[in-house]
Design a protein around this ligand. Structure first.
Ligand SMILES: [Zn+2]
Length: 120
């Protein structure tokens, strides 16, 4: 079954599996080719940063390196769309607007989901 990306950047999602199971977050980025998405503040991995990358910077002390936390991509199959209106994890229904373009709808309450951000 070909999976269509139902999750878009900016959506609220529920994590269905893994260590972040049951948590909700906002989709930060989607990678449709990989079928992956990052969710803000979830599935963080620690990255060690090397200092001294900033050339000509006088505040090198603040660039001394350290550990930053970064969202690791999650497979979209573990993400469930959460409707902004009814606040319930719901399946996406595909409908059409009056002027004929495709629209995502909440399968529970029928509220239209956000439009995909143009150019995102
Ligand atoms: Zn809804």
């Amino acid at each position: 079954m070909a999976s269509k990306m139902n999750i878009l950047k900016g959506d609220t999602v529920l994590i269905r599996r893994g260590k972040e199971k049951g948590k909700r977050g906002t989709v930060k980025a989607v990678m449709p080719d990989a079928g992956m998405a990052t969710v803000e503040g979830l599935n963080l991995v620690k990255r060690h940063m090397k200092g001294g990358q900033q050339n000509g910077s006088s505040n090198a002390a603040t660039q001394a390196g350290g550990i930053i936390e970064k969202e690791a991509p999650l497979p979209v199959s573990v993400l469930m769309y959460v409707c902004e209106k009814c606040k319930t994890p719901a399946r996406i229904r595909h409908g059409r607007t009056a002027d004929g373009h495709a629209q995502r709808l909440c399968a529970k309450c029928g509220a239209p989901a956000r439009e995909s951000a143009k150019g995102a």
